[in-house]
Design a protein around this ligand. Sequence first.
Ligand SMILES: NC(=O)c1ccc[n+]([C@@H]2O[C@H](COP(=O)([O-])OP(=O)(O)OC[C@H]3O[C@@H](n4cnc5c(N)ncnc54)[C@H](OP(=O)(O)O)[C@@H]3O)[C@@H](O)[C@H]2O)c1
Length: 280
Amino acid sequence: MPTSLTDTTTLHNGVKMPWFGLGVFKVKEGNEVVESVKSAIKNGYRSIDTAAIYQNEEGVGQGIKESGISREELFVTSKVWNSDQGYESALQAYETSLKKLDLEYLDLYLIHWPGKDKYKETWKALEKLYKDGRVRAIGVSNFKIHHLEELLKDAEIKPMVNQVEYHPHLAQRDLLAFCEKEGIQLEAWSPLKQGQLLTDPTINEMAKKHGKTAAQVILRWDLQTKVVTIPKSIKEHRIIENANIFDFELSAEDMNKLGELNKNERVGSDPDVMMNGFVD
Ligand SMILES: NC(=O)c1ccc[n+]([C@@H]2O[C@H](COP(=O)([O-])OP(=O)(O)OC[C@H]3O[C@@H](n4cnc5c(N)ncnc54)[C@H](OP(=O)(O)O)[C@@H]3O)[C@@H](O)[C@H]2O)c1
């Protein structure tokens, strides 16, 4: 079990990725994102998850620079947006993201959504970036088992990560087992169901028992199910609270109770519905 914010999981290519990081979806470009990134890094976070579509890569880059932490100590993720899928356009999108972030390389670059019929071409572009040493790890996001099976038929390099919606209402057991079998690290987006899970009575009762908050119980569940997690907050006290999960353990009974909350319910789009990728 990870015992601190800087503990890492080793991806199948040997790259070490922190189990815990900051998400910046819906964080405004400019001061808001600069300050949340700086606050996270100041409080020990070493992993930041952004995407081209969040339109805050410049601020993420500025926050990183102003944090004073050396680039090698950080793990930075971005994603190819749907309209940039395809070989040449994905290669170009990577350059654009690097330029905005003002970084020489990313630690992880993901295909944001599978879409319908371009993800194999896009994957070839990510493989090229990886083989050329431009990015330390490549992966996918919002891929279901059938997308992964299809991708793996032709992939030269297996994705190192699959970032998907994951929380106690969407426990994704089959996908987690599939990814474990294939050596693909699962990563949770919207781990707090965008805040909707924080009033759940079972979780709050458990939090009280452990002297923790509902958010901390959920984020600890991510770690105990071996899933990387990247909660978003723009408030420093919550950035600190969310990361304070290394000093308690959920029992087998707690884990079972949390498991019973699953209802396959999403807060975001279903990857099969977002076929052409222009839903949100
Ligand atoms: N790959 C994808 O398709 C995809 C999709 C969605 C998200 N993501 C990534 O995953 C990250 C996390 O997901 P998310 O941002 O959708 O949702 P989330 O992390 O589940 O929840 C964020 C919401 O919870 C609030 N919050 C955070 N910590 C809290 C706490 N301790 N107590 C009370 N409220 C708290 C935040 O408000 P405040 O900011 O006001 O604290 C915000 O409204 C994103 O930021 C993004 O990097 C990826």
